[in-house]
Design a protein around this ligand. Sequence first.
Ligand code: MEV
Length: 438
Amino acid sequence: MTKPINGFSKLSKSEKIDWLAENYLKNNENAVSILKQYWNEDDKLQKLHDEFIENTVSNFYLPLGLAPNFLINGKYYVIPMAIEESSVVAAASKAAKFWSERGGFKASVINQKKIGQVHFLFSGDFSKLQRLFKIIEPKLREAVKPITRNMEKRGGGILSIDLINKTQDLENYYQLFAKFDTRDSMGANFINSCLEKFAEVLQEEASKFEEFSAKEKELQIIMSILSNYVPECIVRAEVSCPVAELSEDKNMTGEQFTEKFIQAVRIAEIEPYRAVTHNKGAMNGIDAVVLATGNDFRAVEAGIHAYASRNGSYSSLTHASVEDGIFKFWMEIPLALGTVGGLTSLHPLVKLALDILQKPSASELMEITAVAGLAQNFAALRSLTTTGIQQGHMKMHLMNILNQHKASEIEKKEMVEYFTHHTITHSSVIEQLEKMRS
Ligand code: MEV
């Protein structure tokens, strides 16, 4: 059995790979060369990537695709998307084109507040704790001035700090619940630094508050951390057009399409099994933009799914209606994104992605990202309720199957031509490839 290793992080990159190969890859030369094959020739660029995280041994590529023709609030965008799933960028582009011919997408940020909490235990009289909080609130704000000064210059900062009594849910449990405006930054470091300072001041002030008994003075900080649940950082994206303009298919009227489409949305509103997949389709668009623009997709995912369950049952993020012959399809989601700080100024491709989007503010990026999610969900529902999803999916997947079977460029060209007139399944592709090769 392989022994654990001490001081792994201190080894050089090559030493780490040698250790890995020796202990876990049976000294497989090919595995080692795969890892090294993805190193960037430009040492400076590689060093940048090495230093993003600990124990980097290689780079992990994802395709960066472009979805053009997104008309959002009257302005055209090309949306960069980092994603591995074959049909996503194609679907986004198709939906963008479709809606650009019908007035485009409207998007707006409803609010943009971020949240952080100091979680602590206090065993004693709540009214005394309230009095302490009232006295120290200005001190909390004063203590974080060195952290908030720059943010305040940019128009942001701390919006509110509240004391919350959670003892009904958990014995002795209280919070400082703070709201922040972090302007164009995602603000995680800013918020967490403020919270840790709040915690320090709270504990110190409690320890010398005259009204407190000795036990009450032992107020215990459990942790201080931002929340990735941001129900007051909401963006709305919407499309609408006359029902009659919705169908491009001669076999289906706009009314027939709308009826089925709205039923599909209703199903996702009431049926969690479907809602998860429905929302996953929207996340295909959202995550791809979040990743390409160097934002934290895990935070976005966690926050959005919590929001989708806010009424007690997991439900659809998108909604649809028809009123006076006008079809409307919309989504409201929480999105805490940044366009300054973090990876945005470090990763060359992230910087480029933001340039492609014409250097958006955080609120513009929220709008663009929500639109990508809405477009993706529209494209998925349109396929699902008309042709079925596999037609488009397999068309994009064809190249993956051909690559898996090491098809040459000539073979690929012939196969693509053949399958424009035949149904693509995994076995039909292999069968045809074998036929061609024999
Ligand atoms: C696949 O990545 C996404 C879909 O399953 C979404 C949906 O079912 O709505 C097609």
